[in-house]
Structure formats: structure tokens, C-alpha cells
Design a binder for this molecule. Structure first.
Ligand SMILES: *Cc1c(COP(=O)(O)O)cnc(C)c1O
Length: 433
């Protein structure tokens, strides 16, 4: 499998090089040359396949010869050592729970698979890898936990100061070892721009390899498609899938699974008031915006990085995009009211991100009464007790995996916004290596 640069399709790389580069020097995203089409026999067996078995079969098409099958099997089994759950909410609605991993958010899937790939590549060429990641909340914790203690890899996590929860901050800023948390005086978009800037301009010589772990990295995107096969295999029929979207990696992965032949009826992109994509889908005009803070803060993204990949999967044709994809957006009041109402109606406890997806699914199903669907629950509600508990007037258990994070001591590097500050810091830190 080869990966081309979305900005310059003549530039192509194998899986390993696309993963290590993260993003190309002109900031173009890597995209698989063709989405592998899976055979009918694969889909017949799908209801019986475990997530790891799906990862081995689908993943092999994406990694090609760059990771041998036995290594891919080991990476997948280690990465996905926690369950995925599909539950019924009512007779038209199911929930795909992706929060049973170590940081209780779906980013564990992509981060752990990518960490496995990096550690495999680092063990092969012995080069020190510095992974840069910008986060609006949950990514940082998932990356930190996935890379903690990985030989030959340092991780720098940039997050907007004061704009993440205490738990999210503790997940990235208390681990130490090879994990450095950088608190940026700015927004998530500033953090993302700093990472892109450093990756495209900094020359670190031949002993350090700089790369990115954002959802722009193809090694995070690919594993996020595996659980859609798992869900559809068990859902009983063709479903609408509603994905709570911020940087649009998760829904792009769903669209990749659909392009490979998976029977998805329709995709719903559900967002908070950062509504660039829903607006594009109704007007045909894409207008990036400054990100606005919401209670579903892992989705506070004004200019979603993966959107060009998503439209490419529909051949960049507006009529194809809108026939396969709908968009809805919701404000904090609607999200709060829905968490309260769904708890009262069904007893199910939503987190603010899953609530956006559930609202999006409801909106679409209302317009299509003959259909049924799955919404994606991307975080455990116990990560957002401050928002959720007053709404449902019930205590929400924090998952065991998260309790430990509340104890550690925070250590961060405080940095002004601007890629030159990150460049200075990296040059200084690694000049003597
Ligand atoms: C990151 C995140 C999202 C958004 O996913 P994208 O792939 O960026 O669209 C949704 N919910 C939670 C809990 C997240 O952490």
C-alpha cells in the first residue's frame, strides 16, 4: 500500500514513511492510494471476528510489507486488550461504547496502535523519535498513556492552558519519564499550528526524528476504522452511524470502512457549536472559524484537520458527500437537556460528546423514520462528572483506570503561542544529543 500527499498526489510513500513523517513537509496529509476493498467472505465472517482479528485482516492491507503479519498481530493484540461494547438503547438506537480503554476515551484505540507501530520502527533503525502532539483534551492523555516508557521515543504534548479539565491535565502532566506536557498560552488551534510549524520547518539532523501523533497521523486513523467493522458485524442490518466530531478523524475512519465495502447506511457528523462542517454540508461553503469553548471540549475545533481526507473519500464531489453524510450541530443547552432527558427516558448515562452523537442520530432518524442507527460514545461519563451529575442527579462512577491519575503531581513547561517558541525549546533540549 502506498500513501499519497493530498496536496501533491505525485509524492508517495509506504506505510512506514507516512507514519514516521506524520504529515508531509508542505503540510499535506497522507492518504491511502486506494482504500482496500475487503472480500465478501470477510464480511460473511464479520459477526464472529474479534476486534484483533479484524485488525489483523484489515490492518494487513494498510501496512503492506512494512510490518510483518506476526508483528501486526502482536501490536493489535497489545493495543486492543480491552472490550468494545455495542448496546441497545431502544428499538431504533444502539450505542457503540469506545471508552473501555486505559484513559476511558476512544483515542486509546488509535494511540495504542500507533505507539506499537512506532516502537516496532524505532527498534529497527535505532533512531530516537520525538513525537509532537497537540490536544484539546483527550488526545494528550491517550498518547501519554500509550507511549509511557516506550524505548527510544519521547513525547511532547501541547495543550491550551486552562482549557482542559483537571483530570485531562493530570493524564498528560503527571506521568513524567519520556512524557513532557507543554501548557500553551493560546487555543487548541494555536497548539496545532505550533506542531505543524515545528514539523515542517525544524531540521533536527540525523539522530533525532521529529514526528506527530495527531489524528493527522495515518497510524491513528486506520485502527479507528476497525471498531466500525466490529459494530456493523454485530448490529443486525445496515445502520446509520452518528459520530461526535471535532477534528474529524473518527468519522473519516468510518468513511474508510464504508469505502472498503462495509454496509453503512449513512454517516452523521454531529458537532457542538463549532459547526463548520454541518454548515458546509448545508451551504456548500467551507468557512474555517476560531474554535469556541463548549462542554464537549474534545470537539472544540474550528478548522478540522481531517476534513480534506473525508471529502476525498467521496471523490470531493459535493453531491456524493451530501448523499452519504449529514451534519447537525448542538449548543451546550441542548447537550445538557439531552443528557438529562435520555437518562430519564432510558436510564443510560451519556457524556457530553456521546450526547452530541445521540442528538445527531435522533435528528437524522426523525427525518428517516424507516431507519435505525448507532451513535458513538467516545468518552466515559465519569470523566465529566461536574457536567453530568447535576443533570441526572445521580452519582457517576469514575472508571478504575482513571482514579490513579487524580493523585500525581503536575509538571509542565509553560509556553507562549507561536511555533518559534516550540522550535527554540526543542533545539535547546536536543542540541547536546
Ligand atoms: C477527540 C474526541 C472526539 C472527536 O474526535 P475527532 O476524531 O477529532 O473528530 C470526540 N469525543 C471525544 C471524547 C474525543 O476525545
Amino acid at each position: 500500500m502506498r500513501y499519497y500527499n493530498l496536496k501533491d498526489p505525485r509524492l508517495k510513500f509506504g506505510f512506514r514513511d507516512a507514519v514516521i513523517r506524520g504529515i508531509s513537509s508542505d503540510m499535506g496529509l497522507f492518504m491511502p492510494e486506494t482504500v482496500p476493498v475487503m472480500e465478501p467472505q470477510f464480511f460473511e465472517r464479520l459477526p464472529e471476528l474479534s476486534l484483533t482479528e479484524i485488525a489483523i485482516e484489515v490492518g494487513a492491507r494498510y501496512v503492506g510489507n512494512d510490518i510483518p503479519p506476526a508483528e501486526l498481530e502482536r501490536i493489535s493484540a497489545e493495543a486492543f486488550d480491552f472490550p468494545v461494547m455495542l448496546r441497545d438503547i431502544d428499538d431504533r438506537k444502539q450505542v457503540l461504547e469506545l471508552f473501555h480503554g486505559p484513559t476511558a476515551a476512544f483515542k486509546d484505540f488509535g494511540a495504542r496502535f500507533m505507539a506499537g507501530c512506532f516502537s516496532y520502527f524505532a527498534s529497527h533503525d535505532g533512531m530516537r523519535t520525538v513525537v509532537l502532539v497537540a490536544t484539546s483534551g483527550d488526545t494528550g492523555g491517550a498518547i501519554a498513556s500509550s507511549f509511557l516508557g516506550v524505548e527510544g521515543v519521547d513525547v511532547m504534548i501541547l495543550y491550551p492552558s486552562g482549557k482542559v479539565s483537571t483530570l485531562q491535565e493530570n493524564q498528560m502532566a503527571t506521568l513524567g519519564q519520556n512524557i513532557t506536557a507543554i501548557e500553551v498560552e493560546g487555543t487548541f488551534d494555536d497548539c496545532q499550528a505550533m506542531v505543524k510549524g515545528a514539523l515542517t520547518t525544524l531540521d533536527t539532523g540525523s539522530r533525532i526524528r521529529l514526528t506527530s501523533a495527531n489524528s493527522i497521523n495515518i497510524a491513528r486513523l486506520i485502527p479507528q476504522s476497525f471498531y466500525y467493522y466490529y459494530a456493523v458485524g454485530r448490529a443486525g442490518g445496515s445502520k446509520v452511524i452518528s459520530v461526535p466530531s471535532g477534528n474529524f478523524g473518527n468519522i473519516t475512519a468510518a468513511a474508510m470502512a464504508w469505502r472498503s465495502g462495509l454496509d453503512i447506511d449513512h454517516l452523521v457528523a454531529a458537532t457542538n457549536i463549532n459547526k463548520v462542517v454541518p454548515e458546509y454540508l448545508s451551504s456548500g461553503v467551507y468557512t474555517p472559524a476560531i474554535s469556541l469553548p463548549t462542554i464537549a471540549n474534545a470537539m472544540d475545533v474550528g478548522n478540522p484537520g481531517n476534513f480534506p481526507r473525508l471529502t476525498r473519500l467521496f471523490d470531493d464531489e459535493f453531491c456524493r458527500i451530501t448523499s452519504g453524510l449529514s451534519g447537525y450541530w448542538f449548543d451546550d443547552e441542548q447537550i445538557r437537556e439531552h443528557i438529562r432527558a435520555e437518562f430519564e427516558r432510558t436510564g443510560y448515562i451519556l457524556d457530553p460528546h456521546g450526547a452530541v452523537a445521540s442528538l445527531g442520530l435522533d435528528s437524522y432518524l426523525e427525518e428517516h423514520p424507516e431507519k435505525s442507527g448507532i451513535f458513538v460514545e467516545t468518552a466515559h461519563p465519569g470523566k465529566f462528572t461536574g457536567t453530568v451529575e447535576p443533570l441526572i442527579e445521580t452519582e457517576v462512577e469514575m472508571p478504575d483506570s482513571l482514579r490513579g491519575f487524580m493523585k500525581g503531581k503536575k509538571e509542565t513547561v509553560v509556553m507562549k503561542s507561536g511555533s518559534e517558541h516550540l522550535a527554540d525549546f526543542l533545539t535547546c533540549r536536543y542540541s547536546s544529543v
